[in-house]
Design a protein around this ligand. Structure first.
Ligand code: NDP
Length: 437
């Protein structure tokens, strides 16, 4: 904490991981304490902080902060998204990069951990302003990324449009047509099923977790938060698997739709019009819209069997967890990164709720990004069905890896510990083998 002041999200992520590694470390102190392995693991290899000046539509110069944290390259090139949101700061990017290292390891694919972004707020900006920002951002960042070194992707606020502008600028600056970014459009090297991957992957893993615990997602009531990329495709896949999803939310309000969320309408409102959820409610008689109010618990007050937080970090706290348990929730799987506070996570675990952390359950996005990198290297495009089938296999394997790791270390059913341990072992082995670097 003294070395990294004022980074509460980073401290939270490190604490959670190290707590659950305690049993592994104690079982093999000599190996894991040697050569400051843990100190190196929690210290990013490189942190790049830069100025992003751009000109708005009124001709005024605006200045934002740009970040790229290259956390760990022990098992592959740095890989992780770019977040564009006014709340972005170094501590948030470090927490995300740290988590990404374990997540990427869990996928079984050769990708290291990184994360980046800016405190730029894309909301209300014109297309030209978005392009001006993205071009300026890449004009600095291009020096540090590349298909074999660091491959950024989307995250909150960074979708296909932003990736397109960034890719165009990278190509202009370097003259290279290479897989330096993932989440690209299909006409220039993107992968089919990447858009759907995080949400679909979340449901493939949830389905497997339920199956292994004698339950079935079909016929269940599901509460989802968020209305962005992860939430939309989580809702779509949950409904395809026979569940009824009754909520979604954005940063200004939330929807309760007892007849089940109409995904096509939600896509129209969010992906096409980029509008608020009030427009969903206006077009759907069964939907109730609630304004977001401080101190109120939004979607987590709704009775459900399964909760899937898919918006942002620390959006589900202890009070929410108590409410969900009182309402009979039996499974929670994180679509967002660290959406559940530590106290809420512990409460779920103590009350017998199946709980899967985001570093496992939302790994489908980065896994499919790695599949996009493979296709770019091969200069081939796989079909939607091929990518989707690989994604499903990866998610099922991730669940079994963390389930096995938890069992091996005497923590059966503790999927948080299982994910941290399984992710850690591969990275730690690779770091040890590569010496003190
Ligand atoms: P999007 O920007 O597409 O959507 C984010 C959604 O969450 C929006 O509906 C947004 O509302 C809402 N939201 C954001 N901040 C808040 C807040 N403070 N309170 C309430 N709602 C909020 O992002 P993604 O769907 O891509 O990402 C969501 C989460 O999933 C993030 O934690 C991200 O790191 C994680 N993730 C994403 C992956 C991906 O492939 N996209 C992969 C793995 C993890 P509004 O539109 O009003 O801002």
């Amino acid at each position: 904490v003294a070395k990294n002041p004022a980074q509460p999200e980073f401290h939270q992520a490190v604490k959670e991981v190290l707590e659950s590694l305690r049993v592994v470390i104690e079982a093999n102190e000599e190996k894991y304490r040697k050569d400051a392995l843990l100190e190196r693991l929690v210290t990013p290899e490189r942190q790049i902080l830069f100025r992003v000046p751009w000109v708005d539509d009124k001709g005024q110069v605006q200045v934002n902060n740009g970040f790229r944290v290259q956390f760990n390259s022990a098992i592959g090139p740095y890989k992780g998204g770019l977040r564009l949101h006014p709340s972005v700061n170094l501590g948030i990017i470090k927490f995300l990069g740290f988590e990404q290292t374990f997540k990427n390891s869990l996928t079984g694919l050769p990708i290291g951990g990184g994360k980046g972004g800016s405190d730029f707020d894309p909301k209300g900006k014109s297309d030209r302003e978005i392009m001006a920002f993205c071009q300026s951002f890449i004009t600095e960042l291009y020096k540090y990324i590349g298909a074999d070194t660091d491959v950024p992707a989307g995250d909150i606020g960074t979708g296909a449009r932003e990736i397109g502008y960034m890719y165009g600028q990278y190509k202009r600056l370097t003259g290279l047509y290479e897989g330096v970014l993932t989440g690209k459009g299909l006409s220039y090297g993107g992968s089919l099923a990447r858009t759907e991957a995080t949400g679909y992957g979340l449901l493939y893993l949830t389905e497997e977790m339920l199956k292994c615990n004698g339950k079935d997602i079909a016929g269940k009531t599901v509460a989802v938060s968020g209305a962005g990329n992860v939430a939309i495709y989580a809702i779509q896949k949950a409904e395809q698997l026979g569940a009824k999803v009754v909520t979604c939310s954005d940063s200004t309000g939330w929807i309760y739709d007892p007849e089940g969320i109409d995904v096509a309408l939600l896509q129209e409102v969010k992906e096409v019009k980029r509008a608020r959820l009030t427009e969903y409610a206006a077009a759907r008689p069964s939907a109730q819209y609630h304004e977001k109010k401080n101190g109120e618990h939004g979607v987590w007050t709704v009775k459900c069997d399964v909760a899937l937080p898919c918006a942002t970090q620390n959006e589900l706290d202890l009070e929410d967890a108590k409410q969900l348990v009182a309402n009979g929730v039996f499974a929670v799987a994180e679509g967002a990164n660290m959406p559940t506070t530590m106290e809420a996570t512990e409460y779920f675990q103590k009350n017998g709720v199946l709980f899967c952390p985001g570093k496992a359950s939302n790994a489908g996005g980065v896994a499919t990004s790695a599949l996009e990198m493979s296709q770019n290297s091969e200069r081939l495009s796989w079909t939607f069905e091929e990518v989707d089938a690989k994604l499903k296999t990866i998610m099922v394997n991730i669940f079994h890896n963390l389930d096995d790791a938890a069992k091996k270390y005497g923590m059966e059913g503790n999927y948080v510990a299982g994910a941290n341990i399984a992710g850690f072992l591969k990275v730690a082995d690779a770091m040890t083998a590569q010496g003190i670097v």
